[in-house]
Design a protein around this ligand. Structure first.
Ligand code: SF4
Length: 357
């Protein structure tokens, strides 16, 4: 591939995205690098490099590079008599014409995205709204006009960042085409939020969440069953339900806590300053949180960390990204939790092997 072709197809890609964006083969578009906060004691992500905001020109260049892949692939496919579709033959020809694509980190993602209809995109990395509003709006407008097939664009966001933006700014971002925000609440317990150095108090989460909803975003809030260990499980469950009730987000997503090597919280558990909940205790905590939930959200267990099993040995909860609709399915979820507790009482298990490797 000559230098011009290499530049034409060059775009940057980050490491992380929510599972729901993998399921829909989202286009991953990196607008910032890493996390501007980077202090949460449970978090092992983004530790290698410093945070940076990418320029509008750079990101627009990435959008144009992905568009070049789409356009050239379509032209090859048309010439081959395949009607412009993403076929194996067209992909092979594209790579034959530009062999450096074999070493592109993101080309597989782009091909999957195009093949699945180019419907969803995710803005990387940890907190895109930290960008200046006008810059984020400019990027979103370029993204939407370049790829009219997009039906949904999402991003991670910190509550405190959303809380700091004015309602007008949030509305402008939403109207420019950012549909959904994925926010890490982790817990609603004020003491635990301080312990894990989340940098946001419960009221920041509530203010940020409500402002996001009022501006028109779909809101996914993530929480971590087991985060408080044996000492703080009750306050964790009750505080989390209180904050989620105040926000009533579209989605509540469960990401059970497990200490990651290399994080300060892992060291706390190694030194026995903290003690992990057993799978049964996690379910008791989950029951208390769910009992106290008064929301109209979809409650989701869309991650393999929700490892509990039911009587038939299968995963206790559906891993669906759309989860269980509350309040209609609240009793069903409570029934499943009771089933999981019964299974654990008959034959207690430890965490799954993949978690302890
Ligand atoms: S804000 Fe998110 S990405 Fe940043 S340190 Fe905390 S959990 Fe990790």
């Amino acid at each position: 591939m000559n230098t011009d072709t290499a530049r034409k197809y060059h775009f940057e890609i980050g490491v992380y995205r929510p599972p729901s964006e993998g399921g829909s083969y989202s286009l991953l578009l990196r607008v910032t690098r890493n996390c501007p906060w980077n202090k949460c004691t449970f978090c092992g992500m983004y530790k290698e490099e410093k945070f940076a905001i990418r320029s509008v020109e750079e990101v627009k260049g990435d959008i144009d590079a992905v568009a070049a892949v789409r356009d050239d692939l379509r032209a090859i496919s048309m010439a081959q008599g395949h009607g412009g579709g993403v076929t194996r033959e067209a992909v092979l020809e594209l790579i034959r014409n530009a062999p450096d694509l074999n070493f592109s980190h993101g080309i597989g993602m782009v091909l999957d995205w195009l093949h699945s209809g180019g419907k969803t995109a995710f803005l990387q990395d940890a907190n895109s709204p930290v960008m200046k509003t006008e810059n984020l709006v400019a990027i979103l407008k370029h993204l939407r006009s370049t790829f009219p097939s997009l039906e949904r664009v999402t991003s991670y966001a910190r509550s405190k960042t959303i809380a700091r933006k004015s309602p007008e700014e949030l509305k402008a971002i939403c109207e420019a085409g950012l549909d959904r925000l994925h926010v890490g609440l982790e817990t609603g317990d004020p003491d635990l939020l301080k312990q894990i150095k989340k940098g946001s108090a419960p009221e920041d989460h509530i203010t940020g969440g409500k402002k996001a909803m009022a501006a028109g975003f779909q809101l996914s809030e993530y929480w971590m069953p087991g985060l408080g260990g044996k000492s703080d499980w009750k306050a964790h469950a009750q505080g989390t339900a209180r904050v989620l009730n105040a926000i009533d987000p579209h989605y509540i997503r469960s990401r059970p806590f497990f200490p990651h090597p290399g994080t300060p919280l892992f060291d706390d558990y190694q030194s026995k300053d903290k003690e992990l909940l057993s799978p049964r205790e996690q379910l008791v905590e989950l029951r208390l949180m769910v009992e106290e939930l008064e929301v109209t959200s979809k409650v989701c267990f869309d991650h393999a960390g929700n490892h509990w099993t039911g009587r038939d040995g299968r995963t206790l909860f559906s891993l669906s990204y759309e989860g269980y609709k509350f309040p209609e399915e609240k009793e069903r979820v409570l029934g499943l939790i009771d089933e999981g507790i019964e299974v654990q009482e008959k034959s207690p298990t430890g965490p799954p092997a993949w978690l302890t490797r």
